[in-house]
Ligand binder design. Structure first.
Ligand SMILES: C[S@@+](CC[C@H](N)C(=O)[O-])C[C@H]1O[C@@H](n2cnc3c(N)ncnc32)[C@H](O)[C@@H]1O
Length: 221
């Protein structure tokens, strides 16, 4: 009952405020500056995006790719091939788990080094799938890489950076739980945090369904 009332309250607010653009379709918008900063910071040669949909994150990452003359690959089970015509961007219409196995050979055929400098994961948000994505894609990361996960703080109501509350998805700890188990840590997904573990920086932003960024520091010689 409380859940339905809170959703009704949020939907009403969204309509009254005329902010339809801030619905679930666009809950990535508050994270685009972070995505851009973190991606540019690694001066990427290869960017991989898992989960493209309408291409909101794709456009931001393509801007980074352009700045660094990097190649970019986006993967989605739906056909999202129309979201950009940037020549160094390739769309792969596939489930991201089987494609991860083909990735080294796929890169070799295109004269690309199969080392990902920036990986963005924004797909099903399901626990088992996120565990599988980490297992399948992390072996392809470059030594000095960054990885961003969206939807690490899913809840019935999410809060945007401007304080506005918006109806979200039912609470599920799928993505954050997969990250926690990989690092053997606990993250309170409702609070901002920075942790350091096993040569990684783990930065968590709870707003707008949550964004968690990992930065790997290459081990000292
Ligand atoms: C939240 S949307 C991505 C939003 C996008 N990053 C943006 O900024 O607009 C999730 C996308 O993941 C895709 N997806 C879900 N499961 C997938 C899988 N196993 N492999 C590849 N893509 C998947 C869906 O088709 C959907 O387009």
């Amino acid at each position: 009952m409380r859940y339905f009332l809170s959703r009704l309250w949020c939907s009403t607010l969204n309509v009254l405020n005329g902010h339809e653009r801030f619905n679930k379709q666009n809950d990535i918008v508050d994270h685009l500056p972070t995505l851009s900063f973190e991606c540019n910071a690694v001066a990427p040669k290869l960017i991989v995006e898992l989960g493209t949909r309408g291409g909101v994150s794709t456009q931001t990452l393509i801007s980074c790719a352009k700045s660094h003359h990097a190649a970019m690959v986006s993967v989605d089970i739906d056909d999202c091939s129309q979201v950009s015509d940037y020549p160094n961007w390739t769309f792969v219409h596939s489930d991201d788990i089987p494609f991860a196995k083909q990735f080294p050979e796929w890169c070799r055929l295109r004269s690309l080094e199969p080392q990902i400098d920036f990986l963005f994961i924004d797909t099903s948000h399901l626990y088992e799938h996120t565990v599988a994505e980490i297992a399948a894609w992390f072996p392809h990361l470059s030594p000095r890489c960054r990885v961003a996960f969206h939807d690490t703080n899913l809840s019935n109501i999410y809060r945007m950076r401007n304080g506005r509350r918006v109806a979200g998805q039912p609470n599920a700890r799928g993505v954050i739980r997969a990250i926690e188990e990989y690092f053997h840590i606990h993250i309170n997904e409702h609070r901002a945090a920075i942790l350091y573990k096993d040569g990684w920086r783990i930065s968590h932003d709870p707003l707008c369904s949550g964004m968690t960024v990992l930065e790997r520091f290459p081990s000292a010689p």
